[in-house]
Ligand binder design. Structure first.
Ligand code: GDP
Length: 472
């Protein structure tokens, strides 16, 4: 439900910073801000979308709280589509809260999480997929994720959905023309045309939802685990990938007892990497727990970087590692190639059967480009999480529109739309009544409409905007 009251919140993150912003939106945004802000020039001279210097005071005590800047953005040309006022004050968290509290006692109420963006959606400033992408933009973890989020904010997914809906509406209209004359048979040629259009649509929708495998990686990062027996160079590899000393590297086996999580971008691909305790039998209780966590990590991982020490022959512990990771999406890595080599690539390849190992020296950075290429190659042919061999390769360019679907909600709607279209196609081919075909087409339209929010329920909106922070 749209409430027309006036809302306010701190739009900047909690904590101290250079600047904090108190955002106010609604019909009474201007009267509310007039109560607490005294511009250095008369109110009558203040224009929309300009910044003005002034003082924030608490009218109850007349105490000046801060010198600040004010921006008024009058409806409908604002983020929410309503009158918006933003006070940019100094970035003290107590100060910002004090200003917010003063605003709240003068006619605004505290905004709910995501309520500004929800109003933007309800006022038609953004559609639902764009509103979701605002959150992705804020939470982007990599250049690729940022690019996809921006594409979606700027409406590329909405446009693609619009094109699909237009074609579907055209088809439905075509069919309905025959429905109006139930006694006439649909000519075979027209039927073939509709069938062909439907097949094309099914393919387009299918390609779009298949792109989720990649889109999800860009949005959330690929869950990656680094495994290997102790001392093979797992922490060194993590450090080489992050370019930091986040994991402490020591020459004593079994010192990485806890798992570390690190966001790393390899090539263009964001990985959320866990360095883990080495996999080996241990009586040490703490190390044992680390190893159990490693096993759980392998279960959940979408990518396993399996590290082996090239300078030592493959032993029972290495072989056990190979067994743990069987069936996962694995990049085998032969580390320490700067030392005299004691394992051959063939030996490891024969054991793991996931292609030749990538030879690197984590210590001096040799071979990291080869690792990047291998990971990139895997992601571009990635199937469902962590499953090997079920991949339907999807390159962005092959998608027809270069667009990647990044949200499960969108993928699910597209899968349901595809099912409706497939059912429509089957009904048409087996000569079932045309109104059955039309019902399926309408259902497919509704599914695609859910992506952009043309069809939506309060529950869906609550769920989507509940993910946002207060002030956004
Ligand atoms: P982890 O237990 O598998 O995490 O192994 P570490 O990263 O802690 O490394 C164990 C030891 O191997 C340390 O002494 C590292 O300096 C050394 N090491 C790691 N990578 C290399 C490498 O590429 N070449 C050489 N020569 N030593 C390495």
């Amino acid at each position: 439900m749209y409430e027309h009251d006036t809302i306010a919140a701190i739009a900047t993150p909690a904590g101290s910073g250079g600047v904090a912003i108190v955002r106010i939106s609604g019909e009474r945004a201007e009267p509310v801000v007039r109560a607490v802000f005294q511009p250095d020039q008369p109110w009558e001279r203040l224009h929309s979308h300009h910044l003005y210097l002034g003082r924030v005071t608490d009218p109850r005590t007349d105490q000046t709280l801060d010198q600040a800047l004010l921006a008024l953005m009058r409806a409908p040309h604002s983020y929410t589509g309503e009158d918006v006022a933003e006070i940019q004050c100094h970035g003290g968290s107590f100060l910002a809260r004090r200003i917010l509290e003063t605003v709240l006692t003068h006619g605004a109420r505290l905004a709910l999480p995501g309520e500004f963006t929800r109003r933007a959606f309800l006022n038609g400033r953004l559609d639902l997929s764009q509103a979701e992408a605002v959150l992705d933009l804020i939470q982007a973890k990599s250049a690729g994720g940022l690019r996809l989020a921006w594409e979606q904010v700027s409406g590329r997914l909405s446009e693609q959905c619009g094109r699909l809906c237009e074609r579907l509406l055209g088809l439905t209209a075509h069919l309905e023309a025959f429905l109006d004359f139930p006694d006439e048979d649909i000519p075979a040629r027209t039927q073939a045309e509709i069938g062909r259009d439907l097949s094309e649509l099914i393919e387009a929708v299918g390609r779009l939802h298949a792109s989720f495998a990649q889109g999800k990686v860009y949005r959330d990062g690929l869950r990656t685990v680094i495994v290997g027996k102790p001392n093979v160079g797992k922490s060194s590899l993590l450090n080489a990938l992050t370019g930091t000393d986040r994991a402490i590297v020591t020459p004593v086996p079994g010192t990485t007892r806890d798992t570390l999580e690190e966001a790393v971008t390899v090539g263009d691909i964001p990985l959320v990497v866990w360095d883990t305790a080495g996999l080996r039998a241990s009586r040490d209780e703490v190390e044992q727990r680390g190893i159990e966590r490693t096993r759980a990590g392998i279960e959940q991982a979408e990518l396993v970087l399996a590290v082996f020490d090239a300078s030592r022959p493959l032993d029972a512990e290495d072989k056990a590692v190979c067994e743990y990771i069987d069936g996962k999406q694995v990049v085998p890595i032969l580390n320490k190639i700067d030392l005299p080599v004691a394992i051959t690539a063939d030996e490891l390849e024969a054991r793991l059967r996931v292609g030749p190992p990538v030879a690197i020296s984590a210590q001096n950075g040799t071979g990291l480009e080869g690792l990047t290429d291998r990971i990139t190659g895997l992601v571009f042919g990635l199937g469902p999480a962590g499953q090997k061999g079920s991949a339907r390769p999807v390159e962005p360019a092959e998608n027809g529109c270069g667009l990647l679907v990044t949200r499960l909600r969108h993928r699910d709607a597209l899968i349901k739309a595809e099912q409706c279209l497939t059912s429509a196609c089957a009904s048409l081919r087996s000569g079932l009544p045309l109104d059955l075909v039309a019902v399926d087409l309408r259902a497919a339209l509704d599914q695609i409409g859910e992506i952009t929010g043309q069809v939506s329920s309060e529950d869906i909106l609550d769920r989507i905007f509940g993910e946002f922070c207060i002030g956004k």
